[in-house]
Ligand binder design. Sequence first.
Ligand code: URA
Length: 171
Amino acid sequence: MGAGNPHAQVVFVGEAPGFHEDKEGVPFVGAAGKFLDEMLASINLNRSDVFITNMVHSRPPGNRDPEPQELDASWPYLAAQIQLVKPLVIVTLGRFSKAKFVPDAGPISRVHGQVFVRPNPATGDERQWYVTLYHPAAGLHQADLKAVIKRDFHSIAQALAAASATPITRP
Ligand code: URA
């Protein structure tokens, strides 16, 4: 369902497991995951520093988009992960996690790489730092997007610095 450091400062939320993830029971182990690893390395992080999970925890047949009832069914598990890890920064990968956590953000083509402060629907905190990124799979097929995603990853370091300087006040 999720993998990585339970004390991570950064949680990545993707979409749903693909074929390889479904087989291994670990998020982002296929081609998109290799690219994610590369991006993490570029900001001096690796998988053991972060926590990686998905909006939906079972593979939608044929890799179709998750359906609303599947997103709803997975939400309590994702919310529990976020409550346990209590990250400083949540990184949304792709449109489904962006829609959940930063619903008022514009289209990803406009807001990719941006840092947002919004409520956290998992913890009830009023202020949570977010970075909205393209899904890494988008970079696999388009070389120019790959470069954009690489550049956008540096926003994570900026958000972490900002979040550390402004600790979240929890009720
Ligand atoms: N794409 C996702 O969104 N999540 C995975 O775990 C793998 C591919």
